[in-house]
Design a binder for this molecule. Structure first.
Ligand code: F6P
Length: 358
């Protein structure tokens, strides 16, 4: 088997388990006698001249990288090379520069670890530039289609559960209702899974329309039943009663954030309860990877190298039915993995009396 030189990059928001995946790719590829080049800051590294890279070796990536948060390669979740924001406010197609940067590295294939947006962009670049590309799904949102789990999701859920574990005693001590706003973009996976595991009374997710009055009823019922505290988990993309997404502009990007405070204020008025709001934010991304993410990252990393070895490109590694598989990247572009309102978790949650405000 001819020696190969492969590239790897991380793209999109960081999450736990990225370094574990970079480590797995490097160890497996180097054991085959290949060279591994890490590309820094995703596609932005390929726009620089010379391209921004670091050579990766197994010695550099010891077992501490299984747990280490962040990504040693750096990442960006802005700067789509097909519509790159220029200083004068215009958008420029810089895809040819990225492809030329890749060419300068003389790589045989590229592994991209990213969410659905990044994987779609990387696939388009690969098609345009004739790049042999394999994708690895990562995102705390767990919204990549065709895979039950993406790297980083399990750790984010764990962080949200720990937050609920800490909110419950203070809620009980002060007779309060606590609202916890979690990330997840347009999918409610973090809110649903953490909410069930962390003992939430109400879980609001973007997939299920709710009414404020129904949530207020649940709070009143809890208090009428003699319990003095309540826990509410709300996913960041849940809309206001008027149907508006709560967003803000951060560094020129639109980001969700603030629905928790809206809910807290509204429920305080409707029920008279003392309500406090916690926005969990980026702590969901920065944690040490939990075992599930270390394992997923490791299995995905080695599988991605195997796909290159087998000459199978334009594919994404995925987790389905307790197995690592690979799927065509075409099947994930423009698709999203959202919470199934009729799925087993939803059914169990409803059977436990958890309210979804509907
Ligand atoms: O996609 C991951 C994610 O953390 C989302 O859950 C969240 O909406 C967004 O990224 C936050 O982006 P930023 O890091 O730009 O604030």
């Amino acid at each position: 088997m001819a020696k190969k030189r492969i590239g790897i990059l991380t793209s999109g928001g960081d999450c736990a388990g990225l370094n574990a995946c970079i480590r797995a790719v490097t160890h497996h590829a180097c054991h085959k006698g290949w060279d591994v080049t890490g590309i820094l800051y995703g596609t932005a590294g390929l726009m620089r001249r010379p391209p921004a890279i670091m050579e990766l070796t197994p010695d550099m990536l010891d077992t501490s990288y299984l747990r280490r948060a962040g990504t040693i390669l750096g990442t960006i979740n802005t700067g789509d090379p097909f519509a790159f924001p220029m200083p004068d406010g215009s958008l420029m197609d810089r895809s040819a520069e990225v492809i030329e940067g890749y060419r300068q590295l003389n790589l045989d294939a590229l592994i991209g670890i990213g969410g659905d947006g990044s994987l779609a962009i990387l696939r388009r670049l690969a098609q345009q530039g004739g790049i042999d590309f394999v994708g690895v799904p990562k995102t705390i949102d767990n919204d990549v289609a065709q895979t039950e789990n993406a790297i980083g999701y399990a750790t984010a859920v764990q962080v949200a559960i720990e937050a609920l574990d800490r909110l419950q005693p203070t809620a009980a001590s002060h007779d309060r209702v606590m609202v916890l706003e979690v990330m997840g973009r347009d999918a409610g996976h973090i809110a649903l899974n953490a909410g069930i595991s962390g003992g939430a009374d109400v879980i609001l997710i973007p997939e299920i329309p709710y009414s404020l009055e129904k949530v207020a009823e649940k709070i009143r019922a809890i208090r009428a039943g003699g319990r003095n505290f309540g826990l509410i988990v709300v996913a960041e993309a849940v809309k206001t009663a008027g149907g508006d997404a709560v967003t803000r502009s951060l560094s020129g990007q639109t980001r969700y954030g603030g629905i928790g405070q809206y809910l807290g204020d509204s429920l305080g008025e409707l029920t008279g309860a003392e309500v406090r709001v916690t926005v969990l934010g980026h702590v969901q991304r920065g944690a040490e990877a939990v075992p599930q993410d270390r394992l997923l990252a490791t299995v995905f990393g080695t599988k991605a190298v195997d796909l290159i070895d087998e000459g199978r490109f334009d594919r994404m590694v995925a987790w389905q039915n307790r197995r690592v598989v690979d799927v065509p990247l075409a099947d994930i572009v423009n698709h999203s993995h959202q919470v199934d309102p009729d799925g087993p978790l939803m059914r169990s949650a409803r059977q436990l009396g958890i309210s979804f405000g509907d």
